[in-house]
Design a protein around this ligand. Structure first.
Ligand code: ATP
Length: 699
């Protein structure tokens, strides 16, 4: 690769969509590498993009032509201007930002396809950075005469540097933005998503910020804690909370609507649109505009009066007064009515029409002048205004969403979470934030997962609450990392940098994949992208193929995940998987408590320690679902024979490894005490208790 001795060797392309999602492609000419990033911009001043630009310090920034965003913000093009003191800005036509071409280029040029794009769906999801890649490569080829040969480019994909990354599948599985349309709880009522639950914001900016935060929670403990401090203050100081709620309700209206009339809306019907445009600026702002507006109203009224007069005078009840942008007002009369009745008087309409049109034209010109004057007046303060708008959006999210949600629950239902960099993920009496609002007797469950015990295997019959629990833990972490209280008595969270989920079992017709292939592709994606700070939840991995293969895949995936420090929760029906705990002391087995009464399962939804064998729960549930008795009897016979020998072998194994497990459990308790904020006396006592239970063999 050529090095022309320039200070920087990085070429960046930037593009954004209307939802303020930004795609960036950073090409390093020296190292022949391409970094792709795509993230949602959470601030009007493009803080995320600025951080990345500072990080890369590019020599060229390529942007599409400037187009004011819907909210009047300048967009990435204007941002590039800011950075262009010493950097060259290049504007390339939108057509050069071609995501399909970008995807083809990345696939063919990359030495190794970036694992983050290993699923076809991710090529669709990350279309913006692929569009940026197409523009970057085109510019490099044309301007630098540099041709990248096939399979030689090192391509990496980053989400955003400062945020937790949640892939699209997990956003769907966790029902963060949209709920599944399921009939959970035996009702057909539409379940809400986390976004819908929290969407009590009052401004569009606040709602957008909330959505962006849920899709990209924070990773920076300081910012999260600052938000939580604000929330503490709001929860303590009722007057402040209600005061801010009131002010926020009025604020945007008072400032924005000093000049413009808030009731004036965009309209499609031509005459209504013309009227709305004439009345966009409030009366009293511009004298000449008021006069032009009066003329417009007078001529419009005169035309309507004339139509009424002609109807009566010439006996034309079917005379219709219409309007279009080209002709203005015009009469239409059915031909049979018009014959022999029309006189030259009808010519008067065009005269009124011309006056009406010119009055509207005058209104437009004056309105534009008012708009320019307004823009001039605020131009100097635009940076301050942008910051103010950002602060207002944040305040809207904190007050109207977070504080409002928490305060609408009974006292102490939500608590402030704590954070560590390498401590456990510990939640006491956690609840599912959405299901607990629907289900009045929702049973709380905790979690303790640490580096000494970084995998939980959760077992239990169907319908015992496994999937709900997995979703609950992830949603709690997300809530904590956006700076909100969480539905639990206590929570301490190791900052999570990625959440991965493998749940559900739907075929992907779109990508022509079977249930099993979809499952495997998603699992491969997790294995390739997992980091030591990830939280992984897997629901019944390996059930979509033959039981032996499914089991071996589940087992080996667990082994792979155990070798890194990521925290994994694995829900399964495969009882044999509990044997992992006999080989790996950092695996902990839990089960959902269920009683069997008169051949019926009584679900307790309470998570308990250790494995528990419930004989033939699948058959019991199948019977409830209506499978014929004879079929159930035969199945019962077969399954007893298979499981008897298997159970004996497992029990022997368990006993042998009891001692090792005890050591690990003691280590876990010690780790817990290390991060405990209890007074010294209490910790001494806990250590003493631990010693005694260890000696008794009851840890
Ligand atoms: N903690 C809880 N408290 C009260 N009800 C719960 C709780 N957890 C789950 N439920 C109820 O149980 C139903 C089934 O839960 P869930 O789907 O999580 O079970 P599952 O064990 O994953 O089942 P399967 O193995 O068949 O997928 C939920 O729809 C909910 O109504």
């Amino acid at each position: 690769m050529e090095d022309d001795g320039e200070r920087s060797s990085i070429v960046i392309s930037l593009i954004e969509n209307r939802a303020k999602e930004v795609g960036m492609a950073a090409f390093n000419l020296r190292s022949a590498s391409l970094d792709l990033s795509q993230y949602i911009e959470t601030s009007g001043s493009y803080q995320n993009t600025q951080t990345l630009l500072q990080f890369y310090d590019p020599m060229v920034i390529i942007v599409p032509p400037n187009k004011l965003a819907a909210d009047g913000m300048g967009g990435v093009s204007e941002l590039a201007d800011k950075f262009c003191g010493h950097i060259r800005k290049v504007v390339m036509a939108r057509g050069c930002f071609d995501d399909t071409k970008g995807a083809v280029l990345v696939k063919s040029l990359a030495a190794k396809e970036p694992s983050a794009l290993s699923l076809e769906t991710y090529y669709k999801q990350y279309y913006l950075c692929l569009a940026a890649a197409a523009a970057t490569i085109k510019w490099i080829e044309a301007e630098k005469g540099l041709i990248v040969t096939n399979h030689s480019l090192s391509v990496t994909f980053n989400g955003s540097f400062d945020h937790m990354s949640i892939d699209a599948t997990s956003v769907h599985n966790l029902e963060i933005i949209e709920p599944f349309h399921s009939s959970l709880l035996g009702t057909t009522s539409k379940k809400r998503s986390l976004f819908q639950m929290l969407k009590t914001t009052k401004t569009i900016g606040g709602t957008r910020l909330l959505r962006a935060n849920l899709l990209q929670p924070l990773k920076d403990t300081e910012t999260i804690n600052t938000r939580l401090d604000c929330l503490d203050e709001l929860m303590k100081n009722e007057q402040l909370f209600f005061g801010l709620t009131q002010v926020l309700r009025k604020f945007p209206k008072e400032t924005v609507c000093e000049v413009f009339d808030e009731d004036v809306l965009h309209a499609r019907v031509p005459f209504v649109a013309r009227t709305q445009q004439c009345f966009a600026v409030k009366a009293g702002i511009d004298g000449l505009l008021d006069i032009a507006r009066r003329t417009f109203c007078d001529t419009s009224e005169a035309i309507h009066n004339l139509a009424n007069k002609y109807r009566e005078e010439f006996g034309l009840p079917n005379l219709k007064l219409s309007f279009n942008n080209k002709q203005g007002f015009y009469f239409s009369i059915p031909q049979k009515d018009a014959q022999g009745k029309l006189t030259s008087k009808f010519i008067q309409v065009p005269c009124l029409n011309v006056r009406n049109k010119s009055a509207a034209g005058e209104c437009y010109i004056r309105t534009e002048l008012c708009l320019e004057a307004l823009v001039d007046a605020i131009r100097e303060d635009v940076t301050t205004l942008t910051l103010l708008a950002e602060a207002l959006c944040l305040l809207d999210m904190m007050v109207n969403s977070f504080a409002q949600t928490i305060s609408s629950k009974p006292l102490d239902r939500y608590t402030r979470p704590q954070f560590t960099d390498d401590g456990p993920l510990a939640i006491d009496s956690g609840r599912h934030p959405i299901l607990e609002t629907i289900h009045h007797e929702f049973v709380s469950n905790g979690i303790f997962i640490s580096e000494a015990s970084n995998m939980l295997i959760v077992m239990g019959p169907n319908m015992s609450g496994k999937s709900t629990y997995l979703q609950q833990v992830c949603l709690t972490v997300i809530l904590a990392q956006i700076g909100c209280y969480v539905p639990a008595c206590f929570a301490t969270i190791r900052i999570v940098d990625r959440i991965f989920t493998r749940m559900g079992s739907t075929d992907s017709l779109e990508s022509n994949s079977s249930t099993f292939m979809t499952e495997m592709k998603e699992t491969a994606f997790i294995m390739q992208n997992v980091t030591p700070r990830s939280l992984i939840v897997m629901d019944e991995l390996g059930r979509a193929t033959s039981s032996a293969d499914g089991f071996s895949i589940a087992w080996s995936c667990c082994e792979k995940l155990l070798s890194i420090k990521a925290y994994t929760i694995f829900a399964t029906h495969m009882e044999n998987l509990s044997e992992l705990a006999t080989l790996y002391p950092n695996v902990r087995i839990l089960h959902f408590d269920v009683d069997v009464l008169n051949n019926r399962l009584d679900f307790k939804f309470k998570l308990k320690d250790g494995p528990r064998h419930i004989p033939h729960y699948g058959l019991l549930l199948a019977e409830v679902a209506g499978l014929p008795r004879s079929v159930i009897d035969t199945a019962q016979c077969i399954t007893s024979k298979i499981t008897q020998t298997e159970r004996k072998r497992m029990e022997v194994n368990c006993e042998q490894h009891h001692q090792l497990q005890m050591i690990y459990r003691a280590a876990q308790r010690l780790l817990c005490l290390k991060y405990s904020s209890q007074p010294e006396d209490a910790i001494r006592q806990a250590l003493q208790n631990l010693k005694e239970s260890y000696l008794d063999g009851t840890v």
